[in-house]
Design a protein around this ligand. Structure first.
Ligand code: NAX
Length: 332
């Protein structure tokens, strides 16, 4: 079997919850396939140096054939040096007494610095996925500080929400997730997101013919929107395994494509489609092929959907307005 040239994958927040769940799967070849060697760039803050070093020890102990090398660092230029993929997971968690708007600004500064470092150090074709919350607005901030990188290579992750919606619909209708098509998450990765079943099918039948409207509006939508909070309540920590899994799905789909009869959800830079004006990262239905995404065009939008799509858009614009002064030269 011939192996390809190693791909460099940067992971911020590597010693955190999601980082720990993700690093071993990347080392095992789950991210880019069993023929693709990887050089893992693990990036952390100084305070997490010891768990970072411990992670490197454990990765070494896997003797993973596809793990070509490891760069473990707290220096962003070294961490993003020549990388092909940047998975921006690390972010400041919300502490007790901290307002959401304070968190927004603390994290916006982190993502501004990371955008600048990507601009200086990463490959020009680097593809960026933001997971750290508030993911959509952090993606906007990072991109705004990277004027020479391709704006269509920046995204924020709503794949976990998408997977949750697919799975919940499948379970409720007595089918399996692989029989579900055409689910969309619109908007922000937050409780205002709109999980849309108007175009979804289950085993070839329209989803909204298989479920009660009341279940869709009063159970399905709020459960998907609040699933993250529910996991925190039950586990005492936020989703890590399923978030790492969704990130792998997001990258795989972007790199290798969507199935011919389905799409996925990705938060990408809005440019006016579906009435969503530019200037925010908004989750849309997309198809992917050969490392590029394309919005699914021409879907009919009901007035029910329109109202919810606009509500989540308004929230995104409010978030952006709170960090407007931190936007960089690419979009400022
Ligand atoms: P943890 O608090 O367990 O880990 C975060 C890690 O990031 C820590 O090790 C910390 O040292 C590191 N870090 C902080 N600032 C950094 C910086 N400037 N550079 C590099 N590393 C830095 O959080 P975890 O559970 O791993 O979650 C990470 C982020 O993902 C959070 O912001 C969380 O809200 C977000 N999530 C996003 C999801 C999504 O679907 N988009 C779902 C899961 C998750 O809640």
């Amino acid at each position: 079997m011939t192996l390809r040239t190693p791909v460099r994958v940067a992971l911020t927040g590597a010693a955190g919850n999601i980082g720990y769940a993700l690093a071993f799967r990347i080392a095992a070849g789950d991210l880019l396939g069993s023929r693709q060697p990887v050089i893992l760039h693990l990036i952390e803050v100084e305070a997490a140096r010891r768990p970072l070093d411990a992670l490197v020890m454990e990765l070494d102990d896997c003797a993973a054939p596809l793990l070509h090398d490891i760069v473990a660092t707290t220096d962003l230029d070294e961490g993003f040096g020549d990388v092909d993929w940047a998975l921006l997971v690390g972010a400041r968690p919300r502490r007790q007494g901290m307002e959401r708007s304070d968190l927004l600004r603390v994290n916006a500064r982190i993502f501004a610095t990371q955008g600048q470092a990507l601009e200086r150090a990463a490959k020009r074709q680097v593809r960026v996925v933001v997971v750290g919350n508030p993911a959509n607005t952090n993606a906007l901030i990072a991109l705004s500080h990277a004027p020479h990188l391709n704006p269509h290579h920046f995204s924020a992750m709503t794949r976990l929400d998408h997977n949750r919606a697919v799975s919940l619909l499948a379970r409720h209708t007595g089918h399996h997730a692989h029989q579900v098509r055409g689910v969309t998450i619109w908007g922000n990765h937050s409780t205002t997101q709109y999980p849309d079943l108007h175009h979804a099918t289950v085993a070839g039948r329209p989803a909204l013919e298989l479920v009660e409207w009341a279940w869709y509006t009063q159970t399905f939508i709020p459960e998907v929107q609040q699933r993250g909070a529910k996991v925190i309540e039950m586990r005492g920590a936020s989703s890590a395994g399923s978030a790492a899994n969704a990130l792998i799905d997001h990258v795989q789909t972007w790199a290798y494509g969507t199935p011919h009869d389905d799409w996925t959800s990705m938060a990408v830079l809005a440019e006016g489609s579906y009435g969503i004006a530019g200037g925010v990262f908004y989750s849309f239905p997309v198809t992917c092929a050969l490392g590029e995404y394309e919005l699914v065009r021409g879907l009919e939008i009901s007035s029910f959907s329109r109202e919810r799509m606009e509500a989540t858009d308004r929230e995104l614009r409010r978030e952006r307005d709170q960090v407007r002064d931190l936007l960089g030269p690419a979009l400022g």
